[in-house]
Design a protein around this ligand. Structure first.
Ligand code: 5GP
Length: 360
């Protein structure tokens, strides 16, 4: 569906290392194989496999991190991921990543995140706005160098979310929140809780998430990826600004979600490929969409699941019988759920208004 590609879209749930291009991942793995640091044939087999269980997905992430966690590579991947989203007319991207520390190569959580920001600065195919200058704040050096001059180039707004990995301790989670606060002027907008859902306890992360809230940082949570009802209830009681997935909700959880109107980031291909949801016919997208609950279509891990945001729109349109105009409205409604401020919301409204005129 060509119109899914050409219409403006908003991506709110994309993990940096999950969005890596296959070609980049294979190239990096090949280089490490040549150096004798990994066995390339084994790596290649895992990368090229599709339909992985959630458990296998997390094994794959460990492999991906093995070849990507280096400052230069992190910058390169960030640049490529932003260029790929911009090429399919994503006009606002909230990119999330887990700041990583690796003492062996002198990497701290801060230097990792700075490498991500350097990747944003390196993008050439599109103007990247990643600071708060268009949101009504004072101009920053990044505005002047890069993004805010009225050039004719296509433009994408990129904001960052720092992820807390469920393997982390309370202290490590608080460190990530503090880093997010420190880097707000470089486009960090909020925090995410992700990582293997069968690892870690909700209570471990709550102090860090409460601290984020006290400091005015919005929070999004991976919620209900496994049937842990106590945790789902705890997460919904926290009333995060958004949640992702919501695959294993029972009647009570749906009731609570709908009454609180927490927006849900829906990742169709990811949910199906990991077998979290058995088929699109029974996917909760349809109920949430028909009951006008706030939702946004997202990719989750475009590289790992071989998808794109346009493909997710196309999939939803054909699976649930939703026409072009309604899909356009679905995309536009996501403006209300972004973590960036009113200035960006206004600019995006203008973008969608202009695109609406060309819709027929
Ligand atoms: P990164 O944070 O390294 O840029 O992106 C990969 C990481 O995102 C994974 O190691 C994992 O912690 C998190 N992630 C990616 N996809 C998923 C998902 O579907 N569910 C959860 N819970 N975490 C994910």
């Amino acid at each position: 569906m060509e119109w899914c590609l050409t219409m403006p879209k908003i991506e709110l749930h994309a993990h940096l290392n999950g969005s890596i291009r296959d070609s980049t991942l294979l190239g990096l793995a090949k280089a490490l194989g040549d150096e004798g640091k990994i066995v390339f044939s084994e790596f290649e087999h895992v990368i090229l496999k599709h339909d992985r269980s959630l458990r296998e997905v997390f094994k794959l992430f460990d492999l991906i991190h093995l070849v990507t966690t280096d400052h230069e590579i992190v910058s390169r991947i960030t640049k490529e991921v932003v260029e790929d989203f911009a090429a399919e007319n994503v006009v606002y991207l909230e990119l999330r990543t887990t700041p990583k520390r690796n003492d062996l190569i002198g990497m701290s959580k801060r230097s990792y995140t700075e490498a991500v920001v350097n990747g944003l600065r390196a993008v050439r195919t599109v103007d990247v706005d990643f600071s708060s200058c268009t949101a009504g704040g004072p101009p920053t050096p990044d505005c002047r160098n890069n993004s805010c001059a009225g050039t004719a180039k296509k433009k994408i707004y990129v904001r960052l979310l720092l992820s807390i990995d469920r393997r982390e301790s309370t202290e490590a989670a608080i460190e990530t929140v503090k880093l997010a606060l420190d880097m707000r002027n470089l486009g960090v907008m909020g925090v995410d809780l992700s990582g293997n859902p069968i690892i870690g306890e909700w209570g471990t992360f709550l102090p860090a998430l409460k601290f984020a809230r006290e400091q005015g940082l919005p929070v999004t949570l991976h919620c209900g990826e496994v049937p842990n009802m106590e945790e789902i209830q705890g997460m919904l009681d926290f009333i995060p600004e958004r949640i992702g997935h919501a695959c294993f909700f029972g009647e009570e959880e749906w009731k609570k979600l709908k009454s609180t109107k927490i927006p849900v980031e829906i990742c169709l291909t990811s949910n199906i490929q990991t077998n979290s949801i058995s088929s699109l016919e029974v996917h909760h997208f349809e109920d949430l969409y028909r009951s006008k609950h706030p939702i946004v279509l997202c990719t989750d891990d475009a590289g790992v699941f071989s998808t794109s945001l346009s493909k997710e729109y196309s999939l939803a349109s054909s699976a649930f019988g939703i026409g072009k105009k309604e899909m356009f409205h679905l995309a536009r409604n996501a403006i209300d759920f972004i973590f960036a401020g009113d200035g960006v919301k206004k600019a995006l409204t203008h973008t969608f208004d202009s695109a609406a005129k060309k819709l027929d």
